[in-house]
Design a protein around this ligand. Structure first.
Ligand SMILES: Cc1cc2nc3c(=O)[nH]c(=O)nc-3n(C[C@H](O)[C@H](O)[C@H](O)COP(=O)(O)O)c2cc1C
Length: 206
């Protein structure tokens, strides 16, 4: 297992693709982010409102918000992306964000898709809608997505939230997989890795 020093270098970007202020898909995303943060990974959040609406509508690739977005994605080891299902696919707002990325922006990154929908009928929206777009952006390591229905993510008017146990377990498993994949890469690429420990582990000889 990696030491906290290594974990601190792993960076995850959590992109919330719902335009809603009280968003179920964002609740799942934040839940996943919380687990990773408790493990010592650094998690940044980005929502649709972090990019000016005009930039999204006009596809302002050269604007400062799009530049900042691309820099944040480039700096991440993993990207978690959440969205509601809208008309059997992911949200148009999220597509407008993804359209501001470079064609290979997700190459070499671990990607975890998360979605919520009104019914199980559009469970495959992640497979048929989001995953081809992620692949086109160079993602080759797309983890099994987590899909939940509205009844499995309960919100009340005071902001309290409750995630169904089964969804929570699936999310835990995907997050576990994400950290398993990200932490060894970070340890290897970290300039501060412990040569003695790696040598003892038989990773190489000194
Ligand atoms: C415009 C619109 C379109 C929707 N289309 C679908 C759909 O095709 N299939 C589905 O299962 N749910 C659909 N829903 C329900 C949402 O996907 C669901 O409530 C989701 O949990 C909302 O996520 P959010 O709270 O993160 O925005 C739709 C909701 C809206 C507002």
């Amino acid at each position: 297992m990696s030491s906290p020093r290594h974990q601190a270098h792993a960076r995850v970007l959590a992109i919330a693709g719902s335009p809603s202020q009280r968003s179920r898909s964002s609740v799942l995303l934040r839940h996943a982010a919380g687990i990773l943060q408790r493990r010592g990974l650094s998690v940044g959040e980005l929502g649709l409102r972090d990019i000016p609406a005009e930039d999204l509508i006009e596809g302002n690739y050269a604007g400062p918000a799009a530049n900042a977005l691309r820099a944040r994605v480039a700096a991440a080891d993993a990207v978690m992306i959440s969205s509601p299902v809208y008309q059997a696919s992911f949200s148009g707002g999220l597509k407008a964000v993804l359209d501001l990325l470079d064609p290979k922006a997700l190459a070499g990154k671990v990607v975890l898709p998360i979605a919520t929908g009104g019914s199980p009928a559009h469970l495959l929206a992640l497979e048929y809608g989001l995953k081809p777009v992620l692949s086109a952006l160079g993602a080759r390591h797309i983890l099994a997505g987590v899909y939940a229905t509205d009844t499995q993510v309960r919100l009340d008017e005071f902001g309290a939230r409750e995630i169904d146990g089964e969804v929570s377990r699936r999310l835990d498993d995907s997050v576990e997989r994400l950290s398993e994949l990200v932490l060894p890469r970070v340890a290897v690429s970290s300039p501060s890795y412990d040569l003695g420990r790696l040598a003892l582990a038989g990773a190489f000889s000194v």
